[in-house]
Design a protein around this ligand. Structure first.
Ligand code: ADP
Ligand code: ZN
Length: 728
């Protein structure tokens, strides 16, 4: 790392705007700052918080140069983090100002948290008269610590006027209590688990890596329930022992509260959480304390990657294959890939964990860039579930139903044994399509090219792309016929209805992300399930992730084919990962368990891979196919989405961009074509696909193309998506 150079009187400041480079500002006499300092600067008519960047500021005519308004009392953003921002911006083709903006999301944290007022016993001072209440107070405060007035009153069981009285007599002095850490410090020696031989071997390898200041990537590839978490906790311990901060990325951390408990069991304290459901005050305190180095471990969603760690020494990325790591909003990035980059820039180890690694990570391991550690058996006597397909062409559901008799039979048996069943369907609402039986009218979103999904509980038709909703009418708006609307296809609400008819006495819980009550309610429901307070659970993918439901012995996948249909090159991989993960919810405590996949294509390689348990054959096949097609990770891919208020504007801009593509041997441009989701929230969309060989400088190509193309005018917007996950 370079030594920060002394400041000149003009400095570059990165502002949280779509700025392509830092802007120059003058430093008033006597104002002190260094690269990384967070400063207040005027920008147009406003003032914003920005980060002092590196090097001298760009020359600006003296009369246009504006002065820095103030410097926050905040630890500077470390050099590593600034280089990370530059890197992410350059890789994703985003303005660096927009990446820096992700770092500046907790503005109230730039000022130090004010200390609270506390009271401390003054030595040698006693009250004029001792009452029982006063005695209790003096006893509590005899430890010589600073107490808050309310805290002391509560602990001694007296009213605060008793304490106020003692203060007036000079028995207590007023002191300031510094802000308390959000969580206590973790103790790496607290609750070491007794590891199995296989686990111990893996843990030793990880400890070795996490014990050094060298970049490395290790992939823990272990079946669900093999103890991956226990194993990577040892890497966390090793990093903590070296005085490093640790970041653990977990998809859906807001819903995996059990993880915090497990961490507590191992380290004697919880990690700090970071996700979008955190209360603003808590967010600010976490941000600040991470910057100050008070917080040693953060467990967070992908955005935690942009926290201002000052001594980061390990990143763990759990469920590294999870699509939730991809952000597709403003700055399009994949937190798994950027996490690896962060480790590279910081010169420290990165650990990836998954039962179904991404093809990218498997290939990186095969080619020796990552080390792969395999955990091949479940912990203790927990056996993996028996897995089978149900051929829906042969074992069709009753008319109007969606559950095969085979699945219903198994549910009955499971219920009779007092065990839990999970029915999985990755579709919210009641039915994905509503139509009029008389005239054939289909309910479509007025602003998107998608059908409206019926949510029967809310009595609404809802667009899952833009949120548009309308009450479900009685009559068809087209032909006016009453009571002839039909729901086509199932969502979780409809499956729940079927279950309620089939098993009226069973305790059922339906879980879906759009349930009323939000995250709080979901957490409670998940806890209830883990405690065995439900017999049948019907859920979308949020029940598939990371939960440990001890009583669950049957998992039924309602529509195993659902993810295979779209034209996404990762469709098979994604379906495999999701099915493996959801069936992995069964049998985590040794009881015999079963996973059943309802499918119309039982011979599909994905179904075969799940049923035979031969993941290797599947990975090999997929790898060979990607290699043949030159798709990632064997080639490079980028999407360009051009959107505009009218179809014509979007199309002509996309065509002009296509014409501006430079000549290159190693890169091809496909399209433009109207996007499968041609209209979203009133914007018409066209897509271009840019495909290159592994060696191609695809970013350079895109930059040239965009520069040579027309400037987006009017409502036109151009969004680049490097390594796209979605092709809609
Ligand atoms: P994975 O992350 O691979 O799915 P987990 O780490 O969640 O696996 O472990 C699965 C279950 O087995 C958890 O309940 C965990 O507490 C338990 N477990 C795993 N290894 C051990 C061990 N060495 N000692 C005690 N419990 C263990
Ligand atoms: Zn819509």
């Amino acid at each position: 790392m370079t030594k920060d150079s002394p400041m000149s009187s003009v400095v570059p400041v990165m502002v949280p705007m779509p700025a392509e480079r830092p802007y120059s500002y003058a430093v008033p006499d006597g104002m002190r700052m260094e690269p990384g300092s967070i400063v207040r600067v005027p920008l147009g008519p406003r003032e914003v918080a920005g980060i002092v960047w590196d090097g001298p500021g760009e020359a600006v005519a003296a009369k246009r140069l504006r002065a820095i308004a103030g410097v926050f009392d905040c630890p500077p953003i470390p050099e590593e983090m600034r280089r990370f921002v530059d890197w992410v911006a350059s890789y994703t083709l985003s303005p660096p100002g927009m990446v820096a903006r992700m770092l500046l999301r907790a503005p109230a944290a730039f000022d130090p948290e004010p200390p609270t007022e506390g009271l401390r016993l003054v030595e040698g001072m006693g009250p004029d008269r001792l009452t029982a209440a006063r005695e209790r107070v003096l006893e509590m405060a005899a430890d010589g610590q600073a107490w808050t007035k309310a805290g002391l009153a509560h602990a001694a069981g007296v009213s605060s006027s008793v304490i106020e009285g003692l203060r007036t007599q000079g028995v207590f002095e007023t002191v300031s209590i510094p802000p308390r850490p959000v969580v206590a410090a973790p103790d790496p020696a607290f609750g070491r688990a007794t590891l199995t031989d296989g686990q111990a071997e893996a843990a030793d390898r990880l400890r070795e890596k996490a014990g050094t200041d060298a970049f490395s990537v290790t992939l823990i590839d272990g079946v669900t329930g093999s103890g991956k978490t226990e194993v990577y906790f040892e890497a966390v311990a090793a990093a903590l022992e070296r005085g490093k901060q640790v970041l653990i990325l977990i998809p859906e951390i807001a819903l995996t509260q059990a993880f915090l408990e497990r961490f507590h069991d191992r380290f004697g304290a919880k990690p700090a959480e970071w996700h979008s459901d955190l209360a603003p005050k808590k967010r600010e305190r976490v941000w600040r304390q991470v910057a100050e180095g008070q917080l040693r471990v953060v467990a967070g969603a992908r955005s935690a990657l942009f926290l201002p760690f000052r001594e980061l020494g390990l990143i763990v990325i759990d469920e590294e294959h999870d699509p939730a790591y991809k952000q597709e909003d403003r700055v399009f990035y994949n937190a798994r890939d950027m996490g690896v980059v962060r480790g590279h820039i910081g010169g420290f180890p990165v650990v990836l964990a998954s039962a179904t690694p991404s093809l990218e990570s498997r290939v990186n391991a095969n080619q020796g860039r990552y080390e792969r550690i395999v955990l091949s058996s479940r912990f203790a006597d927990a056996a993996l579930p028996d897995l089978a397909t149900i051929d829906m062409r042969k074992a069709a559901p009753e008319r109007g139903g969606f559950l095969s008799p085979v699945l219903i039979e198994e549910m009955k048996k499971t219920l009779a044994r007092g065990e839990q069943s999970l029915l999985f369907l990755n579709r919210r609402g009641y039915a994905p399509l509503t139509l009029c039986r008389v005239c054939g009218h289909r309910f479509q979103c007025p602003d998107c090219s998608s059908w409206l999904v019926e949510h029967r509980f809310r009595r609404q038709l809802v667009c899952h792309h833009c949120g548009y909703n309308e009450p479900r009418p009685e009559a068809c708006p087209e032909c006016g016929t009453l009571d002839h609307l039909v729901a086509c296809g199932p969502g979780v609400e409809r499956i729940t209805e079927e279950v309620d008819q089939l098993f009226p006495d069973a305790r059922t819980i339906m879980l879906s992300s759009d349930m009323m009550g939000g995250v709080k309610r979901l957490r409670l429901e998940l806890e209830a399930i883990a405690k065995g307070e439900a017999d049948i659970i019907i859920g979308t993918q949020l029940v598939a992730k990371g939960h440990n439901f001890p009583g669950m012995t049957l998992v039924g996948v309602i529509d195993a084919d659902l993810g295979l249909a779209n034209g996404d090159p990762r469709a098979a991989e994604r379906t495999f990962q999701l099915l493996a993960q959801v069936t992995g919810r069964a049998g985590r405590t040794g009881r015999k368990s079963l996973g059943l996949l309802q499918t119309y294509q039982p011979e599909h390689p994905v179904m075969r891979a799940i049923v035979t348990g031969d993941a290797e054959a599947f990975y090999e096949r997929e790898t060979a196919e990607r290699e043949r097609a030159g798709l990632p990770p064997f080639g490079r891919l980028a999407g360009i989405i051009v959107s505009a208020a009218t179809r014509q504007e979007a199309e002509s801009h996309a065509r002009a961009l296509r014409r501006a593509a430079p000549r290159a041997d190693e890169v091809d441009v496909l399209g433009p074509a109207e996007a499968p989701l041609a209209l979203v929230a009133g914007r018409h969309r066209f897509r271009l696909l840019v495909q290159g060989t592994r060696r191609a400088d695809i970013q350079g190509f895109l930059r040239d193309m965009i520069k040579a193309g027309p400037r987006p005018r009017g409502s036109v917007r151009v969004q680049v998506d490097i390594d796209p996950q979605s092709f809609l």
